[in-house]
Every structure is written in structure tokens, then in C-alpha cells.
Design a protein around this ligand. Structure first.
Ligand code: ZN
Length: 680
């Protein structure tokens, strides 16, 4: 057996530090460590040309087996000869095995000895990702470095869960290595063990006995404190063979990387440089800048006076501010280019300092500096006497006569939860009707798939928080299945506004909403089974990005404000996104046009309970939900409702053109829901 396909050589180890510089040889190029690998999840580093990556100094990219297996699929890579030709990238690629995605993406999954069973978020089909399938896919992708499939658990997992995860990871590692066979591709194993030193040791020792080409530290940066992560990283790195590269997965900020190099890690990947660029932020020699800030509106300065990247060579902060404020893609691209340059420059400086044995000095300087935020335009704390803003963007706070606060859309005058306090309405309409508490409970030892809620129209997060609170209440009482909430929203101002006023919106006094706004997702520290993901943008465009739902809280503004979300076409797309699953949808409206639009899309439609002034609301069910045990509890619209509709004058949604009225009418009259009592 070949000793190591990478021929990793340590060139220098720093004094008074575990930092080391080395080189390894891939099938495409030599890689000098410590190295940062930009993340090209779906065979693209978001918004960046491969040429830009070459110019920035990227030596190796990370791509994602899980995503590429689903789309475009292994066969495309086989036919095109691998990912390098496919994406026009001639340097090295490392492919993640899919273990982390199986763990982190909010979709139903179950882990068995054989592998991880999950449901495709694209078409709902069930896939068994075994170690063999993962390696087979990575061979088709033809990456330079493959990762063995691991069972990743939250860093906050309990000991029994973490122990069983390292045991299965160990067995899967052996199967992955066997599946690699005589392929020239290198393969790394992944150490797990949460925050338990003895489990980390057992995992590291067990995996080190096998002939892997390198080792990764997995399961960190998933919910633990910074100091916990650093301690565990140092502890684990030391247990790994000195002659093989060590890779800390998914980490992190420039400061996190500096700290981990100091602790003996050689390789890193993280989405941060391109992700913060999308949000208008940049790492610079003058600190971390948020280009949205008004101070840059007319700033002629370069983004970073000390940077040699193409963005800094040509563009002013004023222009980048403008692109960011107008959400132009170019702003994302230019800031991403700079940020990648910043990361690679930092890695080059770190490597040079190790080779010159002055790492510790550099470490101290950088550690003090990398905390800095905008040194030229410091952000001052708000003056305490400043009157509170009760308005943000298109939204303002509305105080009801009863004394509770809610958010109003200024232009339309529509108020979210106008008649009942937001949490009360959220519980009544969404949590109780969906029977959420009951659905979360499981028997001791039972393994149930995660329940997925689509929270369509996050607003000021009342509905999602009602679900979060329900989960926390149930988890305090006994075993529960995992809950994943996916919130869709195209404008976050209403939540931002409410979060500034938590005395008026007390239900937001919780880590979830702030974490969601900051990171785009939030995982509960207390409950490993609870997480919350934000999908930004227009719901109709973004819904296919999310895993298919079990329950939908459909709480968009009404058709007066958001017409496109209530059409037969919108519901047809939603119905198809349900992928044949048993799905229950709850919405506050009882309008006839919304109900026929739902029926036309294929849903069954039932009466929901009253809310505020409305005597009724609406529940929609997929055919599979009708057949499920809980389907019987709904009061389906009857043929007398159908008769009323049939007789009424204004019975067609405005989107249906008159020439299609007849056909539309036939669809509604012929709906299986009314099969026993079709009107004459
Ligand atoms: Zn730059």
C-alpha cells in the first residue's frame, strides 16, 4: 500500500508554538501550508471566477459531495472527466464527504450502520449516503483529497450520543478507506467526539491506526464557545500523527484561523469571506468594515489602503457602499474578491513568519489587531437619551388599544397580528392547530425524523418563536424529535425593528432571533435537536432551496400587498415543493379566492379556527396528509361551501383569464374533496 499520496513534509515548526509550515503534493499542484481553502460548495466559489481565485493565491478549493451528488450528479462528472474540467480549475480540490451536510441541513434523516438516509431537498427522493456511495461520488468528482464519511454531532451533544458517533465514524472510516482502493486520490479521516477529551482521544487514536493521508478535526464550530473550541482543537491536534496534514473543518474568522495555526492545524475552509461579502462586509488592515454604513456614502478612500487586490486597486468605499446599499451583485463579487485576498495574504504572512521563526511575534500582533472593527470610523455607542426609533424601512411599530405592540407595513397599513397579541395569535392559529406539541413528543429511545416547519413570512418572528418556545417546553418534559424551522423572508426590517424594542416585543428576548439575523441560522445550545434557518429572498424563488416541509405557517401579507403569493400558480409551486409528503398548511385568511387557489393547486382545504375578527381561517392539506392518522381531525370544506362558490358571481381568482374560467371551474368541481357531493 502506498504510504501517503500527499508526501506531506513539515518544513518548520515555530518556537514556543505548535504552528508549522509544510508542503504537500496533490494530483494537480503543490500546496503550501498553513492553507486556507475557499469554499466552492456547488463547484463554484460564490460570485468568483476561477481566474480571480488563481490571482488571489487560492491553492486548493473545497467542494461538497452532498450537494454535487444531488446536482448535477456523479454521472455528469464521470462524463466530463471530473470537477477540474467541469469548473475550469486546474489546482487541487478537496471534497467534503457529506457527513456535515447530513448533520446540519434541516431535513429528515436517519443514521444507521449502513449510512445516512436523507431526503433530497430537490425532489424529495430518499437517498442512502453510505461510506461507499460517498467515496464513489468523490471518485467521480475526481477530487485530489476525499473525506471519509463521518457521523457529525453537535459539539454540545451528550456523551452517549458522541460515543456512538465516534464508533460509527470509525467503522465508516475503514469502509471509506477500503472503497478508495488503489485510486490515486488522497483520503482524510475525520475525528469526532464533541467536547469530551476521552472520546476525542479514542477517535484520534482509532483513526490514526489506519493509513489515511491526513486527518480532520470535525464537529467543532457547531455551537460551542470560542475557548472550548480552541482547547479541544489543541488537544485533538496534538493526538494526530505529526507527519500528516491536520485540517480543522469549517473554521473560521481570520482570528480563529490564527489561533488554530498556533495550536498545530495546517488546513482550513470557511464560507465567511464570501458570505460576509454578500452582506456588505470586508476584512481590512483598518479593521472589519460594514460598507452599508452611511459614513462611506461619499468616501473616496480605497477599501483597504494596504491591499494589492483588484478591488482595492480600482474602487472607492463610496462605490462599494452604493453597490451594497442597492444589493448589486457586483458589490458582493468585489468584496468577496478582496476578502479572499485578505485571507490568503494572512496565510502567506503566517507561513513566512513560521519559516523565519518569528510566528509568535506575528501571532501577538495579529491577535490584537484582528479584533478591530473600523478603526477609521469607530462605531459609537448610541447616546442614552436618544429618542427611540419606532420605524425602520417600510415598517413601524403599532400599539393596539389593548396595549400590545405589533408591526405595521407603512405603505399598505397592514398590521401583523392586529387584533390579538402576536404570540397569542401565533399559538392559537399555528402552534395549536398544527398540534405541534403532540407531534414533537416521542417515546423514550424512539428515533423519529426531524419535523420541518416552513415559516413563510418571518415578519417579527412571532410564529417561529411560538414554535421555538413550544419545542423548549416539550423538551423540558421528556424526549422530543428534532425540530427544524425554515423561515422565509425578503425584508428583515420588521424583525430588526422589533428586536430593538424587546420591551414591546418581549417574546423576542431569546438568543434565537438575534442569532438568526446575525448568522442566517441559529442552533440552540441547550437542545441539539432545535435549529432555525433563514432563507432570504422571494419565497416563490427560494422555496426549492429548503428541505420539503411537514408543516407550513403561511403568514404573508394579504393579497392586497403581496398578490403574487396567493395565486393558483404560487400554490401550484408550493404543492409541488411538498414533494408528495404529508403536509399541513395553516393560514389566517378565509378568503374564497385563496381557498379556490389552494384547491386548484391540488390541496384539500379545511376550515381553521377563528382568530381576532375572522370567524374562520384556512387549513390546506396535501393528499398524503388526508390519508395520515391526523388528517381526520380537520373539518374539510363541504359541498355546501362548493355550492355557495359555484353560485357566487366573483368566483375566479383575477389571475385566471376569462377563457380559462370553464376549465378552472371543472378543476374545482371535480376536486376529489367534493367527490361525494358534486353540485348539479
Ligand atoms: Zn483589497
Amino acid at each position: 500500500m502506498t504510504a501517503s499520496r500527499l508526501d506531506f513534509r513539515v518544513e518548520a515548526v515555530a518556537s514556543d508554538s505548535r504552528a508549522r509550515a509544510g508542503t504537500f503534493r496533490t494530483l494537480h499542484n503543490d500546496v503550501q501550508t498553513p492553507v486556507f481553502m475557499p469554499v466552492g460548495t456547488k463547484a463554484t466559489v460564490k460570485a468568483q471566477l476561477t481566474r480571480t481565485l488563481e490571482e488571489a493565491g487560492s491553492q486548493i478549493l473545497l467542494a461538497n459531495t452532498y450537494h454535487l451528488l444531488l446536482r448535477p450528479g456523479a454521472e455528469v462528472f464521470r462524463r466530463l472527466g471530473g470537477i477540474h474540467q467541469f469548473m475550469s480549475w486546474e489546482r487541487a480540490v478537496l471534497t467534503d464527504s457529506g457527513g456535515y451536510q447530513i448533520f446540519s441541513l434541516p431535513h429528515s434523516r436517519s443514521i444507521s450502520e449502513e449510512g445516512a438516509v436523507f431526503q433530497s431537498y430537490l425532489d424529495g427522493r430518499t437517498i442512502l449516503l453510505s461510506p461507499e456511495l460517498s467515496i464513489e461520488t468523490q471518485k467521480a468528482i475526481n477530487s485530489d483529497i476525499m473525506m471519509a464519511l463521518d457521523h457529525c454531532v453537535a459539539s454540545t451533544a451528550d456523551e452517549a450520543t458522541a460515543r456512538s458517533a465516534i464508533e460509527i465514524t470509525q467503522r465508516w472510516a475503514a469502509r471509506s478507506l477500503a472503497a478508495r482502493g488503489d485510486s490515486p486520490q488522497a483520503i482524510f479521516a475525520i475525528v469526532q467526539g464533541a467536547l469530551f477529551p476521552e472520546l476525542r482521544r479514542a477517535s484520534a487514536e482509532g483513526l490514526s491506526e489506519m493509513s489515511f493521508d491526513g486527518f480532520a478535526i470535525g464537529g467543532l464550530a457547531v455551537g460551542e464557545e470560542k475557548n472550548e473550541r480552541e482547547e479541544m482543537c489543541e488537544f485533538t491536534a496534538e493526538l494526530l500523527p505529526a507527519g500528516k496534514p491536520r485540517y480543522l473543518m469549517g473554521v473560521g474568522t481570520p482570528l480563529d484561523i490564527l489561533e488554530a495555526v498556533h495550536r498545530g492545524v495546517d488546513m482550513f475552509d470557511c464560507i465567511i469571506p464570501t458570505q460576509v461579502a454578500q452582506r456588505g462586509a470586508a476584512f481590512t488592515s483598518r479593521g472589519y468594515l460594514q460598507l452599508r454604513r452611511g459614513v462611506y456614502k461619499a468616501s473616496e478612500e480605497k477599501l483597504d489602503p494596504d491591499c494589492a487586490c483588484p478591488t482595492c486597486a480600482r474602487y472607492s468605499r463610496a462605490y462599494l457602499h452604493h453597490l451594497t446599499k442597492t444589493s448589486e451583485t457586483l458589490g458582493w463579487q468585489l468584496l468577496g474578491k478582496h476578502n479572499l485576498h485578505f485571507y490568503h495574504q494572512l496565510m502567506r504572512e503566517i507561513r513566512a513568519s513560521i519559516l523565519a521563526d518569528r510566528f509568535l511575534q506575528l501571532y501577538r500582533e495579529k491577535r490584537d489587531f484582528l479584533h478591530e472593527v473600523d478603526m477609521d470610523n469607530p462605531i459609537r455607542a448610541a447616546k442614552p437619551k436618544k429618542p427611540r426609533a419606532l420605524q425602520l424601512g417600510h415598517y413601524e411599530v403599532h400599539i393596539a388599544r389593548e396595549g400590545f405592540a405589533s408591526v405595521r407595513h407603512i405603505a399598505s397599513g397592514e398590521i401583523m397580528h392586529s387584533r390579538t397579541a402576536p404570540m397569542e395569535e401565533a399559538r392559537r392559529l399555528y402552534v395549536e392547530q398544527s398540534n405541534l406539541a403532540e407531534r414533537l413528543r416521542v417515546r423514550q429511545g424512539e428515533r423519529a425524523e426531524a419535523l420541518i416547519i416552513w415559516d413563510v413570512g418571518l415578519g417579527a418572528a412571532a410564529n417561529a418563536m411560538a414554535a421555538v418556545r413550544t419545542y423548549e417546553e416539550q423538551a423540558a418534559n421528556g424526549p422530543v424529535r428534532a425540530l427544524r424551522i425554515v423561515s422565509f423572508e425578503n425584508n428583515l426590517d420588521s424583525l430588526k425593528l422589533a428586536l430593538q424594542l424587546t420591551d414591546l416585543f418581549p417574546y423576542l428576548r431569546h438568543g434565537g432571533p438575534a442569532g438568526l439575523l446575525k448568522e442566517g441560522r441559529w442552533k440552540s445550545r441547550q437542545h441539539s435537536g432545535l435549529d432555525w434557518l433563514l432563507v432570504r429572498g422571494d419565497f416563490l424563488d427560494t422555496m426549492t432551496e429548503a428541505p420539503p416541509p411537514d408543516v407550513i405557517f403561511y403568514d404573508m401579507f394579504s393579497s392586497n400587498t403581496c398578490a403574487a403569493q396567493w395565486t393558483p400558480e404560487a400554490f401550484r409551486r408550493l404543492f409541488s415543493a411538498c414533494g408528495g409528503r404529508a403536509v399541513e398548511l395553516f393560514t389566517y385568511t378565509c378568503s374564497t379566492s385563496a381557498r379556490v387557489a389552494l384547491l386548484a393547486a391540488g390541496f384539500y382545504v379545511a376550515k381553521g379556527r377563528n382568530a381576532g375578527e375572522k370567524e374562520e381561517t384556512t387549513i390546506a392539506l396535501t393528499p398524503a396528509a388526508i390519508g395520515s392518522p391526523s388528517g381526520a381531525r380537520f373539518d374539510l370544506l363541504s359541498s355546501s361551501w362548493l355550492n355557495r362558490w359555484h353560485r357566487s358571481g366573483a368566483k375566479f381568482p383575477v389571475e385566471i383569464s376569462p377563457s380559462d374560467h370553464k376549465a378552472f371551474e371543472q378543476v374545482i368541481l371535480g376536486h376529489a374533496q367534493f367527490a361525494s357531493g358534486v353540485p348539479a
